[in-house]
Structures are given as structure tokens and as C-alpha cells.
Ligand binder design. Structure first.
Ligand code: HXC
Length: 257
């Protein structure tokens, strides 16, 4: 499939997806959504891929949903199309996804980063939910995932004032896992993805599934869910290999990777 809005490459077991609408600071339009859904599904189905890195340009991870595309929408059209529902498929990618964020991650751009599992930011990154300045509210998780990530005080501050948060504050607040120098961003993200992709893929996928349940379940239900997954892993060859390798003081060679 020829891609207009993305670039993709693979490095061993890591897939790299680069948002590529430079003239619009990677604003997220329907074409990009369609291509991203297809690409995520393709790498999701590819047994040779163990982790995905999603990135943008140096200036912008993504400056939000495409305002020019949204401007003419009316209520009935937005409601009937369940506008933005398509992004759920991206959020539901089952393999681990690292967002490597440089520059602006605003509105839908911040929300897209939050759909990923780990955000690694360059020291130039700026996060924000400026929808209020456009007369709307966040529509892809900005009031929900952001609040879970950084708490009510900061989420209210960002969503109500529309101000941008620098990388250092984003890391301090719990939105971002690591901040690195801009020049080191891709190398760091790819190295982390390679590390993940070197483990058993079903185990990494279960980690993702279980951590994500923490946002959706009570603690008691979440602990039970985690324990059941944990029990199930004793039926896998990779548990035998992982623990066997430790006992035998050698490096594990996981089968399902
Ligand atoms: C469409 C966008 C865009 C966007 C930038 N561009 N952001 N186009 N949608 N979200 C376009 C500009 O129109 C311009 O195109 C080009 O990209 C370069 O942008 P500039 O503004 O000239 O760059 P700069 O001066 O460096 O400012 C960068 C910026 C600013 C601060 C990021 O572009 C900006 O504020 N963008 C909008 C950010 C935003 O509000 N995001 C939230 C969107 S709403 P031309 O053709 O003029 O060169 C959202 C969710 C909505 O995401 C949920 C509703 C339900």
C-alpha cells in the first residue's frame, strides 16, 4: 500500500512508523487515521514484529486533529459518524507501542501519544490540550487518559487554560517515562523497543493488557485479572525457558518472539 501521510520501516523485530504531514505539523486527518489503522494492523499481525515505535518530526509529533478538516463539521454529522471513534483501533493495538515525541504534541497529538504504552520525549517536547481555545473540548481521551496519567489538578490546568507543558514537567507529572536530548530520541526509543521485542511476545502483550486494566477495573478485580494471567503463563514454553535459563545461568532464548 502506498502511504501518503506515514513512513514506515522495520529494524529487526521493531517497526517504526513516522507521521509525515510536514506542511500541517502532522495534523491528524482522516487519511492519516486510515493509514495508521492499516499500518498498525499490519504490524500487529506480523509475527516478526515485537514492538512498534510511533514518532513524528523534530518540530511536531502531531499538532492535533486537523482543524481545517473539522471546521465544517455539524453536530449530526459528527454524531452519526461517531467522529474520532476510529482512533480506538489505534489505542487497541495489542503489541507494545512506544511514542517517541519531539516538538508539539497538542490536542489529538497528545491524545495519540497517550494511546501508546510508553512516551519517551525529547527535551524539546511540548504537550497540551488547547481545544478550549478552539471552542471545543478534547475528544480522543484528553480529559480521561490525561487525568489518569497526571491527576485532576494538572489535567484541569492544561485542559482549562490550554497552556503547553514542557517535557521536564511532563516527566515530573507522570505523563512521560523518559526525557532525553533531542539527538538521542530515536536511538533511545528504538533501543527500548528492541529490548521489549527480545522478550516473549505473548508475555509482553499480557503486561500491556494487565497494566491497561488498572485504568478500567477496581483494584480487587485488577489484582484477580493479573493473577489469572500470571497463572496462565505457567502453561507456556517461554516460562519454562525464562526460569530454566535463570537457574542454568544462561541467556533465555524465548520461543514466541
Ligand atoms: C490543521 C494545522 C494544525 C492543526 C498546525 N497546522 N496545526 N493544520 N490542524 N491542528 C498547520 C498550520 O495551519 C500551518 O499551515 C502549518 O501547519 C504550520 O503551522 P503554524 O501555525 O504556521 O506553525 P507555528 O507558528 O510554528 O505554530 C505551531 C503551533 C500552531 C503552535 C503548533 O500551529 C498551533 O497552535 N496549531 C494548532 C494546535 C491545536 O490547537 N491543536 C488542537 C487541535 S484540536 P499553513 O497552511 O498556514 O502553512 C484537537 C482535538 C479536537 O486536536 C477534539 C475535538 C472534538
Amino acid at each position: 500500500m502506498a502511504l501518503n501521510t506515514l513512513k514506515t520501516e522495520t529494524r529487526g523485530r521493531v517497526a517504526i512508523i513516522t507521521l509525515n504531514r510536514p506542511d500541517a505539523l502532522n495534523a491528524l486527518n482522516s487519511e492519516l487515521l486510515g493509514e495508521l489503522r492499516e499500518t498498525m494492523a499490519k504490524f500487529g499481525d506480523d509475527e516478526k514484529i515485537g514492538a512498534i515505535v510511533l514518532t513524528g518530526s523534530e518540530k511536531a509529533f502531531a499538532a492535533g486533529a486537523d482543524i481545517k478538516e473539522m471546521q465544517p463539521l455539524d453536530y449530526v454529522g459528527a454524531y452519526m459518524n461517531d467522529f474520532f471513534e476510529g482512533w480506538s483501533a489505534v489505542a487497541n493495538t495489542r503489541k507494545p507501542v512506544i511514542a517517541a515525541v519531539s516538538g508539539y504534541a497538542l490536542g489529538g497529538g497528545c491524545e495519540l501519544a497517550m494511546m501508546c504504552d510508553i512516551i519517551i520525549a525529547s527535551d524539546t517536547a511540548k504537550f497540551g490540550q488547547p481545544e478550549i481555545t478552539l471552542g471545543v473540548i478534547p475528544g480522543m481521551g484528553g480529559t480521561q487518559r490525561l487525568t489518569r496519567a497526571i491527576g485532576k489538578a494538572k489535567a484541569m490546568d492544561l485542559c482549562l487554560t490550554g497552556r503547553f507543558m514542557e517535557a521536564e514537567e511532563a516527566e515530573r507529572s507522570g505523563l512521560v517515562a523518559r526525557v532525553v536530548a533531542a539527538d538521542d530520541l530515536m536511538a533511545t526509543a528504538i533501543k527500548a523497543a528492541e529490548k521489549i521485542a527480545g522478550f516473549s511476545l505473548p508475555v509482553a502483550m499480557m503486561v500491556k493488557e494487565s497494566v491497561n486494566r488498572a485504568d478500567e477495573m477496581t483494584l480487587a478485580e485488577g489484582l484477580r485479572f493479573e493473577r489469572r494471567l500470571f497463572h496462565s503463563l505457567f502453561a507456556t514454553e517461554d516460562q519454562k525457558e525464562g526460569m530454566g535459563a535463570f537457574v542454568e545461568k544462561r541467556k533465555a532464548q524465548f520461543k514466541h518472539r
